[in-house]
Design a protein around this ligand. Structure first.
Ligand SMILES: NC(=O)c1ccc[n+]([C@@H]2O[C@H](COP(=O)([O-])OP(=O)(O)OC[C@H]3O[C@@H](n4cnc5c(N)ncnc54)[C@H](O)[C@@H]3O)[C@@H](O)[C@H]2O)c1
Length: 456
């Protein structure tokens, strides 16, 4: 197996050498030592080609549903015709935002029965994703379903089956996978920019009540304004509880914890960049350190994942962390490390660092090498790594916009989306298995090709 194509690698280096002179930041900006820093703009040159109207409806009109719909409506030809939610306040807000003539309902099947709806956005809490996705596909609607695709590891295959059977377009909403940053990282990895991949890591840090899922609870929340019976109809029945309804992420019946909420984005991006189908061993640990508000999920979570060698990448390890009590706060990153460098990847940029030398002028090191019988011939300095920053050009509309363009273009052309049910399940699975690993305090084995649990 040839993991990195040597001629691709050489041509990448040659190409950089040819272009970097034009974009090198001169010594007057940085010190001479750091003049090996290069900048390049990432440009999105497609124009959305949606001319005929596509009618959409939103199911779950909370924070993300509103954001998704707002993004979708930026694309020419997209019209919102109906909104479904279980809370009166959200339906009233939808009419205020999108017009008094907007159809609203608390029953999602009424949306699916409408002949004027071509596609639905599903942005309910996680425990409703599977059922509504399958019902929507089987009702002949195209579906954009928020991440994670499913709430439980066993729920994925039925969604994949429904997508295949219905032949409708199904896109999962880890929008970063459509971004310029993710695409550039994929191209760089393929061209050998960091050598042979051996490790990746990702991190989410937060330190605020809303960041830690303590969302405001509306003052009029009650069994009269919320359809609680429907909310819990596919899980354990309980008396009305506004905290559970509005802060659903904290409870396992509805949410998927830090891993399902956040790690899943990193899996999606990593799988896009590496073409990987996923890890075969998953282990996580963590704890509830600070936000002891009755929640059932940890607020600090670590996960380690073994990615086996495949046709398209070498074996590598992944380490993910999430901390909601993080004093450094506000950071999110995804880093890929290879034998010759590393890449920090965001949706809008990639920073590539390539190391020049491993020789050192450290006296202790030189002495040790002498003793070991492999003396350092010349005293070399460690050069600052070559650094290349690829940033999206000003005015770039971002991964969320690109992801919806990808979805609507697929509907128009009958083409493929970047994050279909198989991709979505392969990204959700290791995240969901993190929760299982944490709860059972054991590593979980997974066959990412077959998408099946493996008995130990
Ligand atoms: N892609 C991203 O970056 C991103 C970001 C945030 C949230 N999300 C995902 O979006 C989904 C929604 O998250 P949120 O933060 O918007 O939550 P939210 O609580 O703000 O909104 C969820 C809405 O769904 C409604 N709802 C609940 N059950 C319903 C049902 N059966 N039928 C119709 N409506 C129902 C609720 O009343 C609420 O208004 C989650 O799956 C979450 O993981 C994705």
């Amino acid at each position: 197996m040839k993991i990195t194509n040597e001629s691709d690698r050489r041509s990448f280096i040659k190409k950089l050498a040819a272009t970097s002179a034009a974009v090198a930041i001169g010594a007057d900006v940085f010190s001479a030592e750091r003049s090996n820093i290069y900048l390049e703009s990432l440009i999105r040159d497609f124009k959305p080609g949606i001319n005929d109207q596509i009618n959409i409806a939103l199911i779950g009109a909370g924070g993300m549903g509103v954001q998704d719909t707002t993004t979708a409506l930026q694309i020419p030809g997209i019209k919102l015709v109906a909104v479904c939610d279980l809370y009166d306040g959200r339906l009233a807000d939808a009419k205020t935002k999108w017009g008094a003539d907007l159809a609203t309902t608390k029953i999602y099947k009424e949306i699916l029965n409408r002949s004027d709806v071509d596609a639905v956005i599903i942005a309910t809490p996680d425990h409703w994703h599977q059922q509504i996705s399958i019902d929507a596909l089987m009702a002949g609607k195209h579906v954009y379903c928020e991440k994670p695709m499913v709430h439980d590891i066993l729920e994925g295959p039925a969604v994949i089956k429904a997508q295949k059977k219905s032949r409708k377009i199904f896109q999962v909403g880890s929008q970063g996978v459509s971004s310029l940053g993710n695409e550039k990282a994929k191209e760089l990895l393929k061209s050998g920019a960091i050598g042979q991949l051996n490790y990746a890591e990702g991190f989410w840090a937060r330190h605020s009540p809303t960041g830690a899922w303590q969302y405001p609870i509306p003052t009029d929340a009650s069994a009269q304004t919320v359809d609680w019976e429907t909310f819990v109809s596919n899980t354990k029945k309980r008396p009305f509880d506004a905290t559970r309804f509005f802060r659903w992420r904290n409870y396992r019946d509805y949410g998927t914890g830090m891993a399902g909420d956040l790690f899943v984005h990193l899996f999606s991006s990593l799988h896009l960049i590496t073409d990987s189908v996923g890890p075969n061993k998953i282990y996580s640990s963590g704890g509830l350190r600070y936000w002891k508000d009755g929640r059932e999920v940890p607020d600090v979570l670590l996960g380690t994942f073994d990615y086996p060698q495949s046709e398209v990448h070498p074996a590598f390890n992944l380490s993910l962390r999430c901390n909601f009590v993080d004093g450094t706060s506000g950071t999110t990153y995804l880093k890929l490390v290879g034998s010759e460098g590393s890449m920090d990847v965001t949706w809008d940029s990639v920073t590539l660092k390539r190391n020049k030398t491993i020789e050192s002028d450290d006296a202790f090191y030189i002495e040790q090498m002498k003793k070991a019988g492999t003396p350092v011939q010349e005293r070399k300095r460690i050069l600052a790594p070559e650094e290349y920053t690829f940033s999206a050009e000003k005015g770039y509309l971002g991964g969320p916009y690109d992801h919806f363009v990808n979805f609507f273009n697929a509907i128009k052309s009958g083409g493929e989306v970047v994050e279909d049910a198989v991709f979505g399940y392969r990204a959700a699975a290791p995240a969901l298995l993190c929760n299982d690993s944490y709860e059972k305090d054991t590593a979980i084995l997974w066959n990412p090709e077959k998408m099946q649990l493996v008995k130990k």
